[in-house]
Design a protein around this ligand. Sequence first.
Ligand SMILES: Nc1ncnc2c1ncn2[C@@H]1O[C@H](COP(=O)(O)OP(=O)(O)OP(=O)(O)O)[C@@H](O)[C@H]1O
Length: 504
Amino acid sequence: MGTRAFAMLKCAYRNYSGKSAAYPRKSTVGVELHEAGNKKNRPKSSRTRASPLEWTEEQTRIISAVSGGRSVFIAGSAGTGKTALLKHIIKLLKDSLGRSTVFVTASTGVAACALRGQTLHSFAGIKNPGREASALDIYMDKKACKRWRKVRALFIDEISMVDGELFDNLECIARELRESGETWGGIQLIATGDFLQLPPIPRKGNCLSSKQFAFEADCWQSSFDLQIELTKVFRQSDERLVKVLQGIRKGEISPDDWEFLEQSCATDEPDPSVVRLYPRNEDVNEVNNYKIEELAAEGYVFSAADSGSDPWKRQLKRGMAPDEIFLCKGARVMLIKNKNTSRGLVNGAVGTVVGFVKPEDMVVSDLCCEGILPMVKFDSGRTVVIEPETWYVVDGDSVVAQRKQIPLILAWALSIHKCQGMSLDSLHTDLTRSFGYGMVYVALSRVRSLSGLHLSGFDPTIIKANPKALEFYQRLAHQCDKRSKDDGSSEEEHNCSDSVDSSS
Ligand SMILES: Nc1ncnc2c1ncn2[C@@H]1O[C@H](COP(=O)(O)OP(=O)(O)OP(=O)(O)O)[C@@H](O)[C@H]1O
């Protein structure tokens, strides 16, 4: 089959009701075309710049430490602005050190794509992320060796999902390849994450590793000049909710807090439009497929247009933008990129597909043969034509792969792993489902306010925090406390440590 024929098949108009494919009724498209043609109704640009944030004292301290060349571990619970701060610091360092020497990585494809970076594994030259990192693989990979020698500042987001053994191995490789006796061969390391959120996924054959977390690595303490915990939560403004979530993060919930949660949350069956969070992908796919089939509506398939080469292109598949998405009228969708923050069109905004339009000034037939775009009515009330977005994998200063796709995913259901890092207006989760350490906290801490939280299966025994992670934070707090007393500053002024002993 020719490439063209294959491409046409791939993006052919599909119908999940099982009926034979048919083109959409012209009249419907006509009406929406008219709406889209009306300039007043159309978004001016999807690239509106977000207004700059006013940094807190904690965040400012981190900015100056990093600007001064220090290696920093930025801790903080959900919604304390770790990612927002990281984006700012990345820009600062790229401007000061040069784009080609600053490498942005994350332990997951989703987080890496969100930062326009690459996975830690791709950066490092690890061929098989599911297995033990092979030093030989890395030494044989000329491009990876070049990166290791060239890098001056290395960012690692979602460090909570990097295990201690990998962290130690990479530090050792950095020293050897850079022929330097300094920790990490003198690389400035900036790591962020919350060890009380999702833990590392055990590698095959490594279930009983004694170094489950990065903070258990032998080199952890010498890797950072400074370890700082952000304490101001921005995602939620309700102080009681913040307090309850902080308790859940630590695996604690008082009877009062439990009652408060039970009474304040909507415990009745939520509106079917509310996003359901599940721990497992199978459940997510089952719900989304069932719901879209139930609509039995005609729609379109949007296929991602990728360029670049492997392993970078493979990373795009692990990001948020789907390889393929079928959309029809009535489909519940979520925006997976910030389009216009001042208008509420942010990553995590949920809405319903209300139609399709053919743009006059844009060719989008690479995504959908019919050259159309979906129109979404967001729950906030705005109706917007969703233009394609591009996700990049950046290696130093070069774009090594990119994916163009409609920035939408189906949103009747979402996995807890995928929603880590998101803010949501409303969600439903069933607490009786199998949750591991940190899962309940990750799920609940996505919501901005209690009015948007729908819970079922109340059972306080499922709230649990990893004891090793708890101990790590206790030591961090103790060191900060000690340091505050030593130099006479208050605890609030000094929630950081120059040296934390990570050994138990
Ligand atoms: N200094 C600040 N002032 C106001 N809002 C802020 C500030 N810093 C961050 N925010 C906002 O707080 C929200 C949560 O921030 P962010 O997603 O960076 O948190 P996070 O710590 O990375 O959360 P998570 O651990 O859940 O990924 C975002 O909407 C962000 O814009």
